[in-house]
Design a protein around this ligand. Structure first.
Ligand SMILES: Nc1ncnc2c1ncn2[C@@H]1O[C@H](COP(=O)(O)OP(=O)(O)OP(=O)(O)O)[C@@H](O)[C@H]1O
Length: 226
């Protein structure tokens, strides 16, 4: 379990969020939604130890980075590394050797090619495959569905369900609300520096309606000049 207590993060005078308290339990899928700039990536970076913060983020299982796989919205790769080398590297960082790499190539990626030649969606898939092969207990995924083809999106959803069955913890951000409401046990809504926890079908529906209401003013405006 990951426990987040009194978490606050600012960049200079800009408060991203304040006094956030969350618990991430095993076998659960947590969604994160919020407007562009609401703080989703910043929250993930704090949990993964990539940003300084105030408050505490702890786990009874030890150091969070030792059992957490992070998929950034725009994954970074070394120059001149092939897909296959990357997957071997990712497993090596967890102290084991990767076998039968082609058999693990569920996204049918050209593993002998340099990742620098991959498309945006292919880069996301190789990064996701890397953290899946590591067999992390916690997965933090920043917009995993973005830029990925329809079939792979369906596959990713099924992978999430399988990981949940295995007792893993998933924290996932997305701008596709229907996908999140289908797969998540809880959705965290970031707004104006606060996080609101939504649980269950009715609260998800309420949140979706709230998000729809938020855009109604803009729609009224655009109708006047479009
Ligand atoms: N390194 C930084 N320095 C200064 N401000 C930052 C930095 N990183 C993020 N911010 C600011 O923090 C806020 C939250 O950014 P963040 O990237 O977490 O948003 P987000 O919810 O992930 O947005 P998006 O949906 O567009 O990906 C934004 O106002 C952003 O401008």
């Amino acid at each position: 379990m990951v426990r987040i207590e009194k978490l606050s993060k600012s960049f200079g005078n800009h408060i991203v969020f304040q006094n956030v308290n969350l618990e991430l339990n095993s076998g659960k899928i947590y969604g994160v939604v919020g407007k562009n700039g609401a703080g989703k990536t910043t929250l993930f970076n704090c949990i993964c130890g990539l940003e300084k913060y105030q408050g505490s983020i702890t786990s009874s299982e030890g150091k969070i980075k030792d059992f957490t796989g992070y998929l950034p919205a725009e994954p970074y790769f070394f120059d001149k590394i092939t897909g296959e080398e990357y997957l071997y590297f990712m497993c090596r960082t967890r102290g084991f050797k990767l076998h039968d790499v082609e058999d693990k190539n569920i996204f049918e990626l050209p593993l002998k090619q340099y990742i620098s030649t991959y498309s945006t969606g292919m880069k996301k898939k190789i990064a996701l495959l890397g953290i899946l092969l590591q067999k992390n207990d916690v997965l933090i995924l920043d917009e995993p569905f973005n830029g990925v083809d329809i079939g792979s999106n369906m596959l990713i959803i099924q992978i999430f369900k399988e990981l949940q069955r295995l007792g893993k913890t998933i924290l996932v951000s997305s701008h596709i609300f229907a996908t999140l409401s289908e797969i998540c046990d809880e959705i965290f809504f970031l707004e104006n520096g606060e996080i609101f926890q939504k649980k269950g079908f009715h609260e998800f529906l309420e949140l979706e309606n709230q998000l729809k209401n938020d855009i109604s003013t803009s729609i009224d405006k655009i109708k006047k000049w479009l």
